[in-house]
Design a protein around this ligand. Structure first.
Ligand code: AMP
Length: 213
């Protein structure tokens, strides 16, 4: 199974992707996570991406496509994958189409998670994630048992530097302008399933299961 998860920042792509990979035994490929790993390792790519990310802007297509092409060569993606946060622009979608042809692969679904802007801002500014396992909490809807500590492994929780209100507003604008037009690209391929992304995590996941089964 090969899936793209599309949706604005804060729509729950990362959370839902983790549930899907567990049930379907496929892999999550998150360009945001890959970029954050590069930043943590202080690599050249990480340093190049940093200022785009901190301003809530997109990292240039060439960097992203190079990074994704390198992942496509790795065997861990062979059982199938869910693309989380990629593609985000028309040139990236075109680049992905080419990669799929090169690797003789086809997509099964493009899931579009839909959540109103006010709700996204509320979710993002209250989002915290585990510095070790990546589990995502929300201080309002899904707080950890002990403040600032992950329930699962006791590691510190972090507030992403791009989850501040000003940056979030810009990320939402960027989504509307650069990423939303991709829905048409995939509608033409008959792959799009619109998912109501409001409600609790389990409810949303049920809607996804209904759409892909
Ligand atoms: P995310 O974790 O998916 O919200 O991504 C965090 C940030 O990483 C975004 O705001 C962008 O600056 C950058 N980023 C992640 N994926 C992409 C992509 N496919 N294209 C361009 N920039 C990206």
């Amino acid at each position: 199974m090969r899936i793209i998860l599309l949706g604005p920042p804060g729509a729950g792509k990362g959370t839902q992707a983790k549930l899907i990979v567990k049930d379907y035994h496929i892999q999550q490929l998150s360009t945001g996570d890959l970029l954050r790993e590069h930043r943590n390792q202080d690599s050249d790519l990480g340093n190049e991406a940093k200022h785009f990310m901190d301003a809530g802007n997109l990292v240039p297509d060439g960097i992203i496509l190079g990074m994704v092409a390198a992942e496509f060569k790795k065997p861990y993606l062979d059982p199938g994958y869910i693309l989380d946060g990629f593609p985000r622009t028309c040139p990236q979608a075109q680049g992905l189409d080419n990669l799929l042809v090169d690797h003789n692969q086809k997509l099964d679904h493009v899931l579009v998670l839909e959540v109103p802007d006010e709700e996204l801002i509320r979710r993002l500014t209250a989002r915290r994630s585990c510095s070790k396992c990546g589990y995502i909490y929300n201080l309002v809807f899904n707080p950890p048992q002990a403040e600032g500590i992950c329930d699962l492994d006791g590691a510190d929780l972090i507030h992403r530097s791009d989850d501040t209100e000003a940056t979030v507003q810009n990320r939402l604008k960027v989504y509307q302008k650069q990423t939303k037009p991709l829905i048409d690209h995939y509608e033409q391929q008959g792959l799009v399933r619109h998912i109501d992304g409001t409600g609790d995590v389990k409810q949303i996941y049920q809607r996804i299961l209904t759409a892909i089964s």
